[in-house]
Ligand binder design. Structure first.
Ligand SMILES: [Zn+2]
Length: 252
C-alpha cells in the first residue's frame, strides 16, 4: 500500500470512497554510538508500513529531513530549519487534500517535530489531520517503562534502537559496543523538565554535555525482541485509533 508503488488510476479508484492516507516522519540525526542515523525515520516508517497493510490505506513516501540543530556537532546529522520544515509539510498536506483524501494520519518518530506539526495542523482547521508519535499510547509506554525504566532517557533511547534492530542494521563493532556499554550519565529532573520536545540547546554545548550522543538513554540495553514487542504494541494502538477515526468520518 505504498503510494510510490501505486498508479494514479489505482489512487483514483481508492478515492471513490472516503479514504485517508498515512504519512510518516522522522529525522536524520546521530543516535549515539550504536544507534542508526535514520532511527526516527525507520521507527515511524516500519510502524506505518504495517498499519497501512492492516487498515488498507495508502502510505505516502517518508519524511526523513527535519529540524535537529542540537545534533549538528555530530557527523552525519542533517538538519533543516523549523520554518522550512513547516513550509515543506504544509505543501505536502495541501497536495494530499487537493486530491480528496478524507483524512491524513501522521505517524511521527522525532520529538522536535511535535511542536511545528501541531502549529501547522491548526492552519487546516476544516480538514481531518491526526498526529501521533509512535510512543503516544499507554500500552506502548508501559512496555518502555517496564523494559528500561529511567534508562529510556531522552535521546537514542533503547526502545527506538530496539525497533531499528528488527529489520535494519544491528551494529556489532566491538569498539562501538564497548563505548555503548558504559552507562550514559543519569539525567536530573530539572534537565528533563527544561529540555522536553527535543530542545537541547547549542550544538557545541550539547556535545560537550553528552559526548557520545546519548541523552540519558542506555541504548546498549536494546534488543530485537524488545523491538518486536514495541512494534506490535504501537501498530495495534494506531490501527485501533484509525478504525475509530474511520467510523466517525463514515458516520458524518
Ligand atoms: Zn530518535
Amino acid at each position: 500500500m505504498e503510494l510510490e508503488n501505486a498508479s494514479w488510476i489505482e489512487v483514483e479508484n481508492y478515492l471513490k470512497k472516503p479514504n485517508g492516507i498515512l504519512l510518516s516522519m522522522g529525522s536524520t540525526e546521530q543516535h549515539g554510538p550504536i544507534g542508526l542515523i535514520g532511527t526516527d525515520t525507520i521507527c515511524s516508517y516500519e510502524i506505518a508500513k504495517k498499519v497501512a497493510d492492516k487498515t488498507k490505506m495508502y502510505l505516502a513516501p517518508k519524511i526523513a529531513y527535519s529540524s535537529a540543530p542540537f545534533n549538528m556537532s555530530f557527523p552525519g546529522t542533517i538538519s533543516i530549519s523549523d520554518k522550512l520544515f513547516k513550509k515543506f509539510i504544509f505543501e505536502i498536506i495541501s497536495s494530499i487534500f487537493s486530491h480528496g483524501f478524507s483524512f491524513i494520519y501522521i505517524i511521527n518518530g522525532h520529538g522536535a517535530n511535535i511542536n511545528p506539526i501541531k502549529e501547522l495542523i491548526v492552519k487546516f482547521e476544516k480538514k481531518n489531520i491526526f498526529f501521533k508519535s509512535w510512543w503516544d499510547f499507554n500500552e506502548v509506554n508501559k512496555i518502555r517503562k517496564n523494559l528500561y525504566g529511567a534508562w529510556e532517557g531522552m535521546h537514542a533511547t533503547p526502545s527506538e534502537i530496539s525497533i531499528t534492530k528488527v529489520n535494519y542494521r544491528n551494529i556489532t563493532s566491538k569498539n562501538l559496543l564497548k563505548l555503548a556499554k558504559i552507562p550514559p550519565q543519569k539525567l536530573s529532573n530539572s534537565y528533563i523538565k527544561n529540555h522536553s520536545g527535543d530542545r537541547h540547546g547549542k550544538p557545541e554545548k550539547h556535545k560537550e554535555l553528552f559526548p557520545d550522543g546519548r541523552v540519558g538513554s542506555h541504548s546498549y540495553l536494546s534488543t530485537k525482541k524488545a523491538g518486536r514487542k514495541l512494534l506490535r504494541a504501537s501498530i495495534d494502538e494506531i490501527v485501533k485509533d484509525i478504525n475509530k477515526i474511520k467510523k466517525n468520518i463514515n458516520n458524518n
